[in-house]
Design a protein around this ligand. Structure first.
Ligand code: ARG
Length: 478
């Protein structure tokens, strides 16, 4: 198909031909021929930016009301526009709206439908406005909604972790550094660590929201407009906190999208870390958790397999969102002021990051409550690997030895126990006393797993009493 010719005519990309009708586009006045079909398909964005229809209609309604307020439009025209847009809103919502690629993008599809519906008043809507400030406004409204949605889901996931942490406050697992057994910790404490990560993500999103919630509309194409627009009125109607300061910046700025996707990417990095742990923990080699069957899938060849596909996919999808961030950064790099069509490419990475994070948050929120912690296996693992060696050193410090000397004495005791293939707590008092004369019978009360945990009473430490205190603080903070 080509847009300008017909029959056996060579394709319009080989031989440019003027369409007898000129160009029927909303911007077609200065064009002598129709758009090449290839170019039309290449430049269109309605296939993906139709997703902005709610924001586009809200922005146009506010713009029309403002134009009437300042006397640029008659009240009757503004009423017709607002009512027409409401009807289009209902039509799109009901799935009855026909999107047309020839109309290029969401903005012109809706504007054309409005004019078809209400006549000349529809043609007056775009007074004092450009698609450049229009799309910037739509996108900011979109990101603001996306932030509010994600903040909500993060809250639900944080609560799920809190509940699980409460259930597992007394469960003992090995804490790792270098993925080597380090010191015993409360399983609940580990879950609260995850929670801290996503609380920071939530704070980052809310911080980005402040810079997102600034109205660009009124900047027009790049320089502002000759009409006496009341930008504050539009801002108030759309719930923006402020209006942009500089028209050139306002139409070209996509920092808010980058900040949003950056927060999404970091959130995904966190979820990828949890995923990695869940994948390791659910392997029989660890056996720390059982993922519910309904969150796992099987193998088409190996009948025994139960695979942790959900965390694996979350881990994999983290790469997508990091890619989305990269795409946006590179999109904006070296772009001269003001609007450039490059910016049309901001949408897919933005939408993809939003959808991906949303889906990952939902599936983890659904899965967490039924995570089955294998307490005995966790405890047994913590009992291996001399996880209470630090407690023995701390015991000697309390008996008066300098920490560095205590560290050395315990190191020798560990080497001895390693040779005997037993744990420190399994050595006899006589054996232990070979490493320091300060060791007495009370030592055994200090080097059990429970004693090790209970002793870590610092604020934010892993003692179950501290874990419970942290949970109480979190619940009080709401
Ligand atoms: N579809 C365009 C975008 O997403 C809308 C703005 C077009 N502006 C223009 N001057 N062609 O960026």
């Amino acid at each position: 198909m080509n847009a300008s010719g017909g029959g056996n005519a060579p394709s319009s990309s080989d031989t440019p031909q003027a369409s007898p009708q000129g160009n029927q586009k909303l911007w077609g006045g200065r064009f002598a021929e129709g758009t090449d079909a290839l170019v039309e398909a290449f430049t269109e964005s309605v296939s993906f930016d139709q997703r902005l229809w709610r924001q586009d209609i809200a922005g146009s309604s506010a713009h029309a009301r403002m134009l009437a307020k300042v006397g640029v439009l008659s009240g009757a025209d503004a009423d017709a526009i607002v009512a027409g847009l409401a009807a289009i809103h209902a039509e799109i919502e009901a799935g009855r709206f026909v999107w047309q690629q020839t109309l290029e993008d969401v903005h012109m599809n809706i504007e054309a439908a409005l004019t078809a519906r209400i006549g000349d008043a529809g043609k007056r809507l775009h007074t004092g406005r450009s698609r450049n400030d229009q799309v910037a406004t739509d996108l900011r409204l979109y990101v603001r909604d996306a932030i509010d949605e994600l903040v909500e889901v993060i809250g639900a996931l944080a609560t799920a972790l809190l509940d699980l942490a409460e259930r597992e406050a007394d469960s003992i697992m090995p804490g790792f550094t270098h993925l080597q057994i380090a010191q015993p910790v409360s399983f609940g404490h580990h879950l609260l660590a995850w929670r801290e990560q996503i609380l920071r993500d939530r704070a980052r999103l809310l911080d980005a929201r402040k810079r997102t919630n600034v109205l660009p509309l009124g900047s027009a194409a790049l320089a502002g407009t000759v009409y006496p627009l009341d930008r504050h009125f539009v801002a108030a109607q759309l719930g923006f906190d402020a209006i942009s300061e500089n028209s050139l910046d306002a139409v070209s700025d996509r920092d808010f999208a980058i900040e949003f996707v950056a927060a999404c990417a970091l959130l995904m990095v966190h979820l990828s870390r949890w995923s990695e742990e869940l994948i390791l923990w659910s392997s029989p080699m660890f056996g720390f958790v059982k993922l519910p069957d309904r969150f796992c899938t099987g193998s088409s060849i190996m009948p025994q397999k139960k695979n942790p596909d959900v965390p694996e996919l979350v881990r994999g999808k983290s790469g997508r969102v990091i890619g989305d961030l990269n795409a946006l950064l590179v999109l904006m790099k070296a772009q001269p002021l003001a609007y450039n069509r490059d910016n049309q490419e901001d949408k897919l990475p933005l939408f993809d990051a939003h959808d991906t994070v949303n889906a990952c948050l939902h599936v983890f929120t659904a899965m967490m409550p039924s995570l089955e912690v294998q307490r005995a296996a966790c405890r047994a693992a913590a009992a291996k690997g001399f996880s209470t060696a630090t407690d023995l050193a701390d015991y000697l410090v309390r008996k008066g030895l300098a920490f560095r000397d205590a560290h050395h004495a315990c190191g020798s005791a560990v080497a001895y126990a390693l040779e005997r293939q037993c744990d420190l707590a399994e050595l006899s008092l006589d054996e232990l006393q070979r490493f320091s004369a300060l060791i007495e019978a009370d030592v055994f009360a200090h080097i059990t797993l429970e004693a090790s945990l209970a002793a870590r009473q610092t604020y934010g430490g892993t003692a179950p009493t501290q874990v419970r205190a942290a949970i109480a603080r979190a619940r009080a903070a709401g």
